[in-house]
Design a protein around this ligand. Sequence first.
Ligand SMILES: [Ca+2]
Ligand SMILES: [Ca+2]
Ligand SMILES: [Ca+2]
Length: 663
Amino acid sequence: MTTSDDTGTNFTSFESMGNAIRYAAQFSDVISCSWGGIGSSSSFIDSAIDYATISARNGKGCAVFFASGNNASHWAAHQDRLPLTVGPGTYKFGFYFETSGSHSCVQEYCENLVIDQVRLLNQTGYDRVWWEDFEGGGPGWTVAHGGGATSDWALNTQPNLLLTGVGSTQGYRPPPLILAGQPGQWAELRSPPLSLSGNYILAFAKLMDFSTVGAQFQIKLLDANDNLLSVLTNIPLGWGTGSVGAGYISYPASYVNSVAVGACTDFDRRADYSQYGPQLFCVGPSNGGWNGVASTDTTGAAGWNSGDWENGDYYMGFGGTSSATPLVAGVANLILSKNANLTFSQIKDSLRLGCDKIGPRPYDPTTGRNDEYGYGRVNAYASITNAAADTTAPTVTSVVTKWGRGVEVTFSEQMGDGVTTPANYTISGTGKGTLGANPATVSWVSGYKYLLEWSAGEMIAGTGNITITVNTQVKDIAGNALASPSSWTANGSRVVHQISCGANYGQIYPFESERYWSGGVGNPYFNTVNSIIDNDGTPVAVYGTERCVLTAPTYSWDIFYVLPGISTGLNYTVRLYFFDNGYSVHPGDVQFDVYINNVLKLANFDLIAASGGPYIGFWREFPNITALSGNITVRIVPKQTWNQTWSAYYCNATICGIEVTAQ
Ligand SMILES: [Ca+2]
Ligand SMILES: [Ca+2]
Ligand SMILES: [Ca+2]
C-alpha cells in the first residue's frame, strides 16, 4: 500500500493504513490483515478497527483478523528450501559448520545452531521423497570434523532448542567449536546415501542465534564417498532470525477489537515462530511442521516460484501467521455464507465454539482457552455447523430513481442467487415510458444495494410513476427466496445520460463514471469549488473533476464524447457543466469551441469571462437536440489565445459534466 503521504519506510503512514481499513469496511464482511509488528499503537488504526468491527455492515460489524506475528523463537518462520538438479547417482547432504575464530564468548553454547525436520521434496516442492526428524536418533547419518576441531554434530535434547511445532524431542546441533578461538575448525553432519535422479528441493528447519560474522554454515552436496560436489547454500553466521521468545501478540493483532490469529503445524502444535499471549483468539494451519501451505503465486517467472521446473503460478512453501490468518478469515466467510446476518460477535462465537483443543497445553476450563493456542485450532466444519441458520426471507426495502435509465433497488439483507439477473426485475407503471420491461444490467453498488440500468428508452416524467417488481428467483445468500414486499414505487426521470467528466474518484451519484470519451486529460486532482451559478443540485464533485487540455503550446486534440442510445423522434436537452480550476485566472486565458452533433453551439467560448473568475461552477444548456445515428456527440475544441496568467500563447479547453434529458 503506497499513498501520497507514504513516509518512505517499509510501511505507509498509520493514517493511511487506518483509511485503508475504513475503506475496506464499506464493502467487506471480513477483513484479513497479514501485516503487523509496526511498533507503537496508533489511534488512526484503533479507531478504524473500531469503525469496521462496530459500525460497518449496517451495525453488524466486519470481522477483522490480524496475524499474531512470526517472532516467537529463533526457528525461522520460513524454512530453507534449496532447489537442486542431479543426474542418476548416489548422493549425501552435508551440514557443515566452521568457526571464524574471532569469537570471545566463553560460555558453552552461547551461540546456537540446530537443524531438524530435514526432508527432500519432489520438484513441486510439496511431496516428500525422503525425510529425517532425528526422533529415532538419525540412523545412517555420519559425522566428521577437522581443522583442529575434536568433536562433531550431536543429538540435542535441550527443551529451549527444540522445534515446538512438531512435538520434537531431538534435533541435531554442531559442537561449540568456537570456544577454541581458532579459525577454520569445522564439523560436518552427513546424511545417509540417497539414490537420486532429477529435480528436488531440500528443505529443513533451522534455529540460528549467532552474533559472530565470518563463521560459516554451509549445506553441501556430496558424492557417496563424501567428496564435495557443490555448495547448495552458504549462510554467514551472524544472521540472527529473530528475537528469542517474543511471547506477546504484535500490534494491531493485540488491539482489543482485532481477532488475533496464530499458526499451528501439520503436527497440530503451535508453530514455533507463532507469537502468543492473552489476546490470541485461535490458531490456523500453516507451516513449521513438515509441509508449507500451497498458494497461488504471481504468474510465470515473477513471485516466489520462478517456474524453473514447474508451472511458476503456484508456490508450495507459503507459511507464517500471514498464511494462517487468511485461512481463518476464509472460515469466517464460510460461516457468513450460511447466515450473512450474523454480527461480528456471533461470527467469533461460531469460530470459538468450533475450535479443536489441540496441543499439550491445558485449556482454562472456564474460558476454554490458553495463551499459546487461544481457543484452539480453527475447524471450518464445526464452526459452520454451530452457526445459526438464516431462515428469514429477504425483502425489497426501497427503490430510488437515479436517472432516466438507472434505478437503485435496496434489499433487507445480503443477497445471493439471482440478484444480478436482469430478467428477475420488471419495471411497470405509467412512468416507465419507452424503457424495456427488464433492465439491461444489474450491478452491485454497496451493501444490499443494486443498480438496474437500461441501455435505451426514456421514462416519462411524473410523480411516483414507476414500479420495480422483483421475483422469487432472487434469494438471500442462504438461499431464502424473496418475500413481500417485493416491489416498490418511485418517481420517474427523463435524464438519459449524466456523465462526470474526468471523474477519477469513481462514480459521483447520480452521475455516471466518465465514459464514451476520447482526447484530453482527466485531471487527477479534486478541485475546490467556491460557488456555483444557478445551482441545479448537481454534486459539487462533478464540477471539481474535469477532462481538460491545459496550457498546451500548440493545438493537440479535441475532447470528444459520443453518447449512445438516443431515441429517434424525441427532442433532448443537453446541459454542459464548466469550471475554471485556477491554473489560469484571467478572462481570455481559456477559450474553446463547443459543437453538439457537429453544429457549432459556442464559438471562442471564454470560460473565465463566462463564470466571472476561477473556482466558480456554471452550466450552459442546449435544447431541441435530436439523435445523430442514434447518438449525441459533444466536441470541445481548444483555441489558441494569449494567456495573461502565463504570458504565452496557449491552447486550453475543459469540461466537467454532461447531462442529456428527454424533453
Ligand atoms: Ca526432531
Ligand atoms: Ca511465479
Ligand atoms: Ca435471510
